[in-house]
Structures are given as C-alpha cells and as structure tokens.
Design a protein around this ligand. Structure first.
Ligand code: KG4
Ligand code: ZN
Length: 404
C-alpha cells in the first residue's frame, strides 16, 4: 500500500509518497520563502497563486517517476492553516481521489508535525513512544501536547498571542532581514554567544550591549502552561530603537526593500546594495546582542512552561518528551530541552532536521498512523471526499480546559 500526501497549509508546496511500512519513498517540495521574504511575512494571495503553479509541477514530477497506479490512498492537510493555501491542496487531493477512485484522508497539520518524529528514524519506533509529551514550536503554534495515540491528543498549554517562531520572524522583520527569520536570529544569537565565550577582539563592546539589551522573560509568575511572546516582541522593538547606528542601517535597508517591492525588475540591479547593508546589520554588535537576549528569554520562557507541565504531569508512563515543528531546530531550545529532560529523567526525542519544517512526508506518515489505528479510514467513501472542507483553525486536538 502506498499513500500520496499533499501539504499546502502555509507557504510550502509539498507532495510525498509513503509506503505501508512507514518508509518515505519520495518527497518533493517547492518553498515560497524567497517570494514572501521582501514582505517580511506570507502574503496569502501570492501564496495561493504559487500553490496553483507549484503543486501541479510537483505532481507532474511524481507521475513521471511512479505513475498513479501504485496509489492506494490520498492524504492531505485540511487544518489548521491559511484558508487560501489549504484550499489549493485540498482541491488537488479531492480531484485525485475521485479520479483514481481511492480514499481520501484528511490530516491535521499539527498531528503531521508530531508524526514527523518517525520519518527515517530507525531508532525511534512509534509503538514504543506513546504515550508521549510533545513541545510543538512552529510559525503558527507553540503548544505542549499530551499524546496518548493518534486520535487522542490534548493541548495542555498554548500561546495566548504570537507563537515562538512568529516572535523570531517579527524580530527578523524589524531588523529587515527577511522571512522566515527564525534561523537567521538563531544564527546571530549563536554568533554572539561564540564571541562572548572566545573573548574575540570585540568582546568588550558586545558584553556591554548584552548587559544593556536584556529582555524580560514572559509570564514569569504565571502558573499556567500557556505561552506569550508579544510582550517580548515589543520589548525587542523598544530596545532596537535605542541604538542610533543600527536604526540608521534599518532605515536604509527599508528604503532599498521598498524600491524592490514597487518594481521587482530592480531586484538584480540593487541586490549588491541590499546584500551589503544586510551584512552590516547581521554583523552589528548591538543587533547580535539583542538577538542573543531574545533567544535567552524566549527559550527560557518555553523551558519554564515545560517545567510546570512536567511537575504537574510527571507520570512514569510518559517516558518520552519530543520537540517538533519548524522552530524545533533552534539550537538553544534543543540544548535546554535536553537539560530539562535529564532533570526529569525523560528521553528527549527530536525530529530529523530535514523534516522539522513543513513537508508532505509528515502528512503521509500521520495518515499511516490514522489508518493503523482505525482501518475503516481506508474504505472508499466518495461522499466523504466531496464533503471534505478546510478549517483555518485546529479543531481536531482539544484544549485540556474543554475536558474539565
Ligand atoms: O513548522 P514550520 O515550517 O511552519 C509552520 O507550521 O508554521 O515552522 C516555520 C517557523 C518559522 O516561523 C521559522 O522562522 C521558525 O519556524 N524557525 C525557527 C528556527 N528555524 C525555523 N525559529 C527559531 N529558531 C530556529 N532555528
Ligand atoms: Zn507547520
């Protein structure tokens, strides 16, 4: 049995082929990052046009390699996400399922991230890992999940405003460093840490900037398992405006980017100017210090909430704690989660780096788990196919409060 999966919840067009053993046979992905970068975030109308162009191109590539005869089921992300993006994948999935006469499995994107844990990892077996605690950090979500099985997952804590990844994206946008910004800010924070440790030549300046750009840890005295990143984002904004040299670089960079937005044909001719100013911002000691402090506060906030969760839910039966989602590649978060797991005697599970960000392989892997748990999902039901609708919000995983 082979499952063709489609992911289009935000800004990545992706298609994959998974077989019944869970092995990933093929995956293709076309990212829209470059197109959205100059806007500092995803532009929904642009995203949906790019899906209409890229998904059929990926499907064509798939068809050339495998043909359609091998497909036993189609799976597709139907929630949560940008509605105009979700619709593109769901429309393609419905058309494929109807024309190939195979069942269609609707997959929750968050469950996809949870099941990304099991892709190409011989040492992590699905059956040995559940029940499982999960920290899901992405551009759209920051969640602590308690997962008993595919069907039975509960949200123990979530963000009251921005997500972890979004906080990084907005910080990068303020620094005019493009979208998505998580990896860029992470890299700058690491650069700062490296200089502080090695006492390179600009150590003194940097040390002073680190001291004066300290940022608060959100919800420090709150006993819930919820997150909040918007206050931290605003504190970052205020600190940013206090350094004149950096503020000037940002004004200049914004001017060049405005020109590109108004006339894309200028992109190549002024690219060198933009590259040089971007480099200056990335090397600016005040910016490095600020990114370092953002990373310190944001990761500490996550760890404090996970500690509250573990204190309240330190059941011996839950041996594993996984971190999943695009932002789970964050270097400091991984290191601190390892320490936390050591403290509570849990085994930390991480996703292979290439499957952390959005992809279709995780949708196929989640579909397989859904079928294994309940084989009736493999029954062909054309009414099901026709009735499938998208949800911009997550409806499948319940918040713990709804159980109380
Ligand atoms: O899971 P994902 O690919 O898409 C969503 O479902 O949102 O996650 C993308 C998010 C972006 O916000 C990106 O900036 C963030 O993950 N991200 C990071 C890092 N790498 C990616 N955030 C913090 N540190 C990183 N190293
Ligand atoms: Zn995602």
């Amino acid at each position: 049995m082979k499952i063709l999966s489609i992911e289009s919840s935000c800004d990545d067009s992706a298609i994959a082929l998974t077989d019944s053993s869970g092995a990933l046979l093929w995956q293709g992905k076309i990212s829209q990052e470059r197109a959205h970068s100059v806007y500092g975030g995803v532009v929904p109308e642009l995203a949906s046009r790019l899906f209409a162009r890229d998904l059929p191109a990926l499907l064509g590539e798939f068809k050339t390699r495998f043909g359609f005869e091998c497909i036993r089921a189609i799976s597709v992300t139907y929630e949560p996400g940008l509605s105009t993006s979700l619709l593109e994948g769901v429309m393609m999935a419905k058309a494929l399922a109807l024309s190939l006469n195979v069942p269609l499995l609707a997959i929750n994107h968050l469950k996809g991230h949870v099941f990304s844990l099991f892709i190409n990892q011989d040492s992590i077996s699905e059956s040995a890992c559940f029940p499982l605690s999960v920290l899901l950090v992405s551009g759209g979500h920051s969640l602590i999940l308690k997962c008993a099985s595919y069907q039975n997952m509960q949200i123990m804590g979530s963000s009251l405003d921005d997500s972890f990844g979004e906080c990084y994206d907005k910080a990068a946008k303020m620094l005019t460093l493009g979208y998505p910004g998580g990896a860029i800010i992470d890299k700058m924070a690491c650069e700062c840490a490296k200089i502080l440790e090695s006492r390179f030549s600009n150590f003194d300046v940097l040390r002073e900037f680190v001291d004066i750009t300290k940022l608060p840890i959100p919800l420090l005295h709150d006993k819930s398992m919820n997150f909040s990143f918007s206050g931290l984002k605003n504190a970052f904004r205020l600190k940013l405006s206090e350094n004149e040299e950096l503020a000037k670089l940002i004004v200049l960079s914004n001017k060049i980017q405005e020109k590109i937005k108004q006339d894309f044909s200028m992109q190549d001719s002024i690219k060198n100017d933009l590259d040089s100013i971007t480099q200056k911002i990335k090397n600016n000691p005040y910016a490095l210090a600020l990114c370092y402090n953002l990373q310190m506060s944001a990761t500490e906030h996550i760890i404090q909430k996970c500690r509250i969760y573990l204190r309240q839910n330190n059941l011996d039966s839950i041996k594993h704690f996984a971190i999943v989602g695009g932002a789970s590649t964050n270097s400091m978060l991984r290191a601190k989660m390892q320490d936390l797991c050591d403290e509570f005697k849990k085994v930390l599970l991480t996703v292979k780096l290439e499957f952390c960000a959005d992809n279709a392989a995780m949708i196929g892997r989640a579909a397989l788990a859904k079928i294994r748990e309940n084989p009736r999902f493999l029954k062909l039901d054309s009414k099901n196919i026709l009735n499938l609708d998208i949800n911009p919000r997550n409806t499948e995983i319940q918040n713990i409060e709804s159980f109380l």
